[in-house]
Design a protein around this ligand. Structure first.
Ligand code: 5AD
Ligand code: SF4
Length: 483
């Protein structure tokens, strides 16, 4: 048997959607070299960790997972262990110090090197790394070049579902919020060429993709200037992609509040394939905290953005947010300002994080991480309670309505019970999403997966809408089947 056909890859991915996409690309490139995926490290001859550095906890988990491989590597020294992603770029040599049995370390801007580095490590032994330049390690042009996007291969079998895909339109970030490590790990902001984006979207649509999610750290700041001077912004891209047959939903994350302009919002309003779902992290409702975070906007600016959204999209828009609680020096009064603004903005949902100091950021260098952990935890829970109540209240208006839902797959609850015998022809619990990104749970046949169907909503919670498959018109009265 050819040696290549024996290769087995185990890959573990943590972090954001960028990382999920990076893993998809790396897996696709290794499959072309004859690798198969395995879900056990003992079965694998190559083990990769795609890592995240946004909070310390994610890094600790990766280091613990690596530690558990120490004996495996001792017993099978030919096994190649690699660390890729943001923690690789941030910690570099430190990874070899903390986990000396690691063979390769590859930053998110150098992923195209992974197949070669694995071969090198396997054939020559030794440690290998491929990293991008730091933000002060040379001329901007060289730094940009050292952070390459890696989007060559789209393999439908590698996606969580074949009918949904991420599409990178921008890499890096130039906002330099004081708490954030991303501008260091993913380098300068660069918009991909719209022609490449369009071609990739067409390939995805040809592969049966119905929903694409455009990715960028500040996706609505997307800008590309062609050699002839022609400028493309996110609104232009949306118009271009809207024309692709087969695509039915286009989403984009994550947005930066100041760049949520009328032009973009009008595109969201006028293009029916574009989801009226806007994830626009606010981070804090206090001007003094926003200033210490160097977010570049005030509470008044964010309110003005919410008014622009309301004016353009009315209640069709679902806005969600991120918050950091317990940022350096955050007082009880400053936290209360955040609670009040959450009450005012009534987000669809919010992701709430406890501040985690990241070495190398401005906050770590200049501001003390002085809010005790239990205060951070209490504020986190308090804000979450407020948001959960708002989410549930917000969902109430969908009771009795019929909504188009893209069916994504079996619900987690069903998956957990899946060792019970099931009649595969009968209905099981499925999950999907509305156009504005609300999670819907209902009973249906697995052949509905990948379809956009009508669901009548009969119960709601903060996190989900419960419904039943409906026959007849999408906009008419609810006609329930079953339950
Ligand atoms: N500590 C806690 N949360 C953070 N985020 C980014 N950096 C940090 C940090 N150092 C959060 C922000 C961002 C989300 C992706 O992660 O809320 O929007
Ligand atoms: Fe980090 Fe701020 Fe850039 Fe978002 S905008 S990736 S929080 S630096």
């Amino acid at each position: 048997m050819n040696d290549r056909s024996l290769r087995k890859l185990y890959i573990e991915t943590v972090g954001c959607q960028m990382n999920m996409l990076d893993s998809e690309m790396v897996v696709a490139s290794l499959r072309r070299k004859g690798y198969e995926l395995t879900d056990s490290t003992s079965d694998a001859d190559t083990i990769l960790f795609n890592t995240c550095s946004v909070r310390e906890q994610a890094e600790n988990k990766t280091y613990s997972a690596l530690g558990r491989l120490r004996d495996e590597k001792k017993n099978h020294p030919q096994k190649i262990i690699g660390v890729m992603g943001c923690m690789a770029q941030k910690d570099q040599e430190l990874i070899f110090k903390k986990a000396p049995f690691v063979d390769i370390v590859v930053g998110p801007g150098q992923l195209q090197q992974i197949p070669d580095l694995i071969e090198k490590a396997r054939n020559e032994g030794g440690r290998h790394k491929a990293l991008s330049l730091g933000r002060t390690d040379g001329a901007l042009r060289d730094i940009k070049r050292s952070h390459e996007t890696f989007d060559p291969l789209r393999d439908p079998t590698m996606r969580p579902t074949p009918f949904q895909a991420f599409l990178r339109i921008q890499i890096g970030c130039d906002k330099f919020c004081t708490y954030c490590i991303v501008p260091m790990t993913r380098g300068p902001e660069q918009g991909r060429d719209p022609l490449l984006i369009f071609d990739e979207a067409k390939i995805l649509a040809d592969q049966g993709c119905k929903e694409i999610t455009l990715l960028g750290q500040t996706v609505n700041s997307y800008k590309h200037v062609a050699p002839d001077g022609k400028q493309t912004r996110l609104a232009d891209l949306l118009y271009q992609l809207h024309g692709i047959d087969g695509l039915e939903r286009i989403k984009f994350v994550t947005n930066y509040p100041k760049d949520m302009n009328y032009e973009l919002l009008s595109a969201v309003r006028d293009l029916d394939k574009v989801s009226p779902y806007l994830h626009v992290p606010l981070q804090s409702g206090s001007n003094s905290v926003l200033q210490r975070m160097k977010r570049g906007y005030t509470v008044a600016d964010y309110r003005a953005m919410m008014s622009r959204i309301e004016e353009t999209l009315g209640d069709a828009a679902a806005v969600s947010s991120d918050f950091i609680v317990g940022f350096c020096g955050e007082t009880e009064e400053e936290f209360e300002e955040t609670v009040n603004l959450v009450e005012e903005c009534r987000f669809k949902n919010s992701f709430i994080f406890k501040y985690s100091e990241r070495p190398g950021t401005k906050a770590a260098n200049h501001l003390p991480d002085d809010v005790p952990f239990d205060v951070k935890r209490r504020r986190n829970n308090e804000l979450l309670d407020v948001q959960n109540r708002i989410s549930e209240e917000d969902n109430h208006r969908f009771l009795g309505q019929t909504l188009p839902v893209l069916v994504e797959g079996k619900s987690k609850r069903f998956d957990k019970q899946s060792d019970e015998p099931v009649d595969t022809n009968g209905p099981i619990q499925l999950t999907g999403r509305t156009h504005d990104d609300r999670i819907v749970v209902f009973d249906g046949n697995t052949r509905l997966i990948g379809e956009i169907i009508s669901i009548g909503v009969y119960e709601v919670s903060g996190l989900t809408l419960l419904g039943t498959v409906v026959t007849g018109s999408v906009t008419g009265d609810v006609v329930m089947l079953g339950t």
